[in-house]
Design a binder for this molecule. Structure first.
Ligand code: C2E
Ligand code: MG
Ligand code: MG
Ligand code: MG
Length: 288
């Protein structure tokens, strides 16, 4: 019986996966094998704004070794980072997301949607990262303004000057940036004023305890206020309940992502899932 991976509800280390790992001698070898065997795919989780409805999706990596159930990225991303495999994996993610943007661009209903991808520190700090972004866009023909890169504070922890310069290079292409898991790192505020960001993402841990913890509510309120006064879009991730949504809205947060609104789905299920998504509404009623 597979061990469930907490709130993400897929398996961390099933006996079957353990078997795969044993025969391949390490998780790293299994990952490498998986890259060559197309065992990875992207799931897409919708993002909604009160003002514009569905605005896009975050691409989230899934790995299904052989016939086994998905392994959580929380397990394999750290291994991929340590081994350097994240470079190939990240490159694959970027290309796949760009190809998806091109398919979306051909349909009126999806033409304006953006896709956010997660970029790991190791990937971002490669000297040729900006060139790789450019060539992924050029090779696929994706509209750069539809691509958003999510960085975590660990990416920007050192050499802020170099990070800023690289971000500016990439932004000149038209690509936008989001700061993921905001509030969980250090020195958040001093980075915020320096980094050329478009969006900050309130970490889901604050959203999770929003209704029960006055401290978390205070932090969320402060993040929204700071982000908005710096002219950044503020998105709350991990929104699971209507109460959280209403509370966040009352704090002037206007963009959301979470199971309440839509779970991550493979693109083949996107259209059927679409019909079940409930647009967020302001307490006063439906917006735009
Ligand atoms: P993240 O970027 O902060 O992504 C949000 C995570 O929260 C995702 O987990 C998503 O499935 C989950 N989530 C979304 N809504 C809810 C909700 O309402 N409740 C709860 N409890 N969870 C929710 P996932 O897909 O397991 O990804 C975990 C982390 O793995 C990501 O965190 C990201 O840091 C990393 N990751 C995923 N895909 C990639 C990738 O392509 N490249 C890199 N470098 N990292 C990735
Ligand atoms: Mg993310
Ligand atoms: Mg996050
Ligand atoms: Mg996270």
């Amino acid at each position: 019986q597979a061990k469930a991976a907490g709130r993400n509800a897929f398996c961390l280390f099933s006996p079957a996966l353990q078997e795969v790992i044993d025969t391949r001698s390490s998780l790293e070898a299994a990952l490498r094998h998986g890259l060559n065997r197309a065992e990875f795919q992207l799931y897409y989780q919708p993002q909604f704004s009160l003002d514009h409805g569905l605005i896009g999706a975050e691409a989230l990596l899934r790995w299904s070794p052989g016939q086994h159930p998905s392994v959580s990225p929380a397990v394999f991303i750290p291994v991929a980072e340590e081994s350097g495999l994240i470079l190939r994996l990240g490159q694959w993610v970027m290309h796949s997301a760009c190809e998806q943007l091109v398919r979306w661009a051909q349909q009126p209903l999806t033409r304006d949607l953006k896709i956010a991808i997660n970029v790991s520190a190791r990937q971002f700090h490669r000297p040729d990262f900006a060139a790789r972004v450019r060539s992924a866009l050029e090779a696929t023909g994706a509209n750069p303004s539809r691509l958003q890169l999510e960085l975590t504070e660990s990416v920007v922890l050192e050499k802020v000057g170099e990070v800023v310069e690289r971000m500016q290079q990439i932004r000149q292409l038209g690509v936008t940036f989001s700061l993921d898991d905001f509030g969980t790192g250090f020195s958040s505020l001093s980075y915020l004023k320096q980094l050329p960001l478009d969006q900050i993402k309130i970490d889901q841990s604050f959203v999770h305890d929003l209704m029960s913890s006055g401290n978390d509510a205070a932090i969320v309120r402060a993040i929204v206020a700071i982000g908005r006064s710096l002219g950044l879009q503020v998105i709350a991730e991990g929104v699971e309940t209507q109460d959280q949504l209403v509370y966040l809205t009352s704090m002037d947060c206007r963009v959301f992502q979470g199971y309440l609104l839509g779970r991550p789905v493979p693109m083949r299920d996107w259209q059927s899932a679409w019909h079940n998504w409930q647009q967020p509404e302001t307490p006063q009623g439906k917006v735009g």
